[in-house]
Design a protein around this ligand. Structure first.
Ligand code: FAD
Length: 421
């Protein structure tokens, strides 16, 4: 039988009160915070680690797949395009020129496959996908947060939602110096794992997944030849560097619950050990790797999925290519061509709460559609939509659930989001 202890009740100091509180500084959370602040809200963004970007930086998932519809038309713009522009301006992004998007030219496709920009089954086309440097991506996110005057709090772990009726009025946090609360008019859960909607009591589904651990190596001689010889790695930014999406071939075969510390500990240790074995194998067996060195093993396990909200609407595979009235973002599919999902505002809204929004990989979609909506570009797009909605709701003196979606759509398109193709 599970032993239980009773913790003494305690008084928790309120550190701050704000209009919009965003939990999680991954791609979705940063986009939410920046969008909310740019639309006039006072925003606090809280992240448990010491840097921004989540999987898109610390997970070394350094490929934006994709900003297009598979036919050469861009379907994700807004903040995703802005981050790309900022990183590209510093020479730290690699992507095909617009004139080539949608091209079926086999040589161009092969060129982009070497960079990890084209996936899935053919017949292939050139996609608008982007390889980038993770440190530069972090820098761009820091700049955007700072310029928008978002109040950023790193190294604080969100513990519990503070619930009053159908409202989440704040969140408690744990830092090294103790526990504290932040109160807010609107809360956005961009924790990736849905920590806030779970503690609030919203409905969700959870998947066990196989863990990944991407890494990079440098000093590779003639990486192109090694890739063409069938190596499972890609060019990445930096001379002689390759990105190894470890977990795709030889891998840990035990699925884990990414919200369970014991499972995570197993995966961290096992993946790291296997990655080092792979480094040794590459040096031993693959021409060009003899003197290669390990640059970086991802700081975070690659967790594709954990909890997904069961919200006001759950976008399902049958919704493919079907527009909806309350669309707040459109995404293509990274392994498929000509498959579009129109993400409704309802997928960001828990059924149970009126002022809680959800953004990023844990929005309300089914397991299949999650393959598409979990990608970094749609995470940035749903974050941008959640942040914009939060700011509009605060300005209008209403909860996000009662927001006029047309108003949100107008504001998003004014800021470069694409809601129609
Ligand atoms: C193996 C793998 C391969 C992938 N390949 C690609 C690809 O090639 N291209 C692509 O576009 N996408 C890819 N993805 C998907 C993509 O990387 C992620 O789904 C996306 O980055 C998720 O963004 P997010 O902001 O929703 O969540 P995350 O990036 O997970 O961010 C969540 C943030 O919240 C913080 N946080 C969590 N809990 C708390 C808490 N309690 N308190 C405070 N902070 C908290 C975390 O530290 C983190 O910074 C891949 C994913 C995986 C795992």
């Amino acid at each position: 039988m599970q032993r239980i202890i009773q913790e003494p009740s305690r008084s928790t100091p309120v550190k701050a009160e704000t209009e919009v509180l965003v939990i999680g500084g991954g791609s979705a959370g940063v986009a939410a915070a920046v969008a909310a602040a740019r639309n006039g809200a006072e925003v606090i963004l809280v992240e448990r680690l010491g840097y921004l970007g989540g999987l898109a930086t610390g997970g070394l998932i350094i490929l934006l797949l994709t900003l297009d519809d598979g036919r050469g038309r861009q379907v994700i713009g807004g903040l995703c395009q802005e981050v790309t522009d900022r990183v590209a301006k510093r020479g730290a992004a690699h992507f095909p020129p617009q004139s080539q998007w949608g091209s079926e030219d086999a040589e161009l496709v092969r060129r982009d496959q070497r960079w990890g920009l084209v996936w899935g089954h053919g017949p292939h086309r050139v996609r608008y996908s982007v390889a980038y440097d993770p440190e530069e991506f972090k820098f761009a996110l820091n700049q955007m947060v700072e310029e928008a005057k978002v109040k950023l709090l790193l190294h604080a772990y969100a513990c519990d939602a503070i619930v009053e009726g159908d409202r989440v009025t704040g969140v408690t946090f744990q830092g090294k110096s103790g526990r504290f609360a932040i109160l807010a008019k609107v809360v956005i859960d961009a924790s990736g794992d849905g920590d806030i909607f779970t503690s609030a009591g919203a409905a969700y589904e959870r998947e066990d997944v196989l863990p990944w651990l991407w890494f990079t190596m440098g000093g590779v001689k003639n990486p192109e030849a090694a890739i063409d010889a069938g190596g499972w790695f890609f060019h990445t930014l930096g001379e002689g560097r390759v990105l190894l999406p470890w977990g795709a071939t030889e891998r840990v075969t035990r699925k884990i619950d990414a919200t369970n510390p014991e499972d995570l500990t197993y995966a961290e240790l096992e993946c790291r050990k296997r990655v080092m074995e792979e480094v040794d194998r590459l040096r031993r067996e693959i021409p060009g790797f003899a003197n290669a060195h390990l640059c970086h093993i991802a700081d975070q396990l690659g967790i594709t999925e954990s909890r997904r909200l069961v919200g006001t609407y759950m976008l399902g595979r049958d919704d493919v290519d079907i527009p909806c009235d309350d669309v707040i973002a459109i995404t293509g599919h990274w392994t498929k061509y000509e498959a579009l999902y129109y993400i409704p505002y309802r997928s960001l809204l828990p059924k149970e709460f009126s002022n809680l929004l959800v953004a990023g990989r844990c929005i309300s979609v089914d397991h299949r559609v999650h393959h598409a909506t979990k990608e970094i570009p749609p995470c940035l797009a749903t974050g941008e939509a959640a942040g914009t909605a939060a700011a509009l709701a605060v300005r209008g003196g209403i909860d996000p659930k009662r927001l006029e979606v047309k108003l949100l759509q107008q504001r998003l398109t004014t800021h470069g989001a694409i809601l129609r193709v």
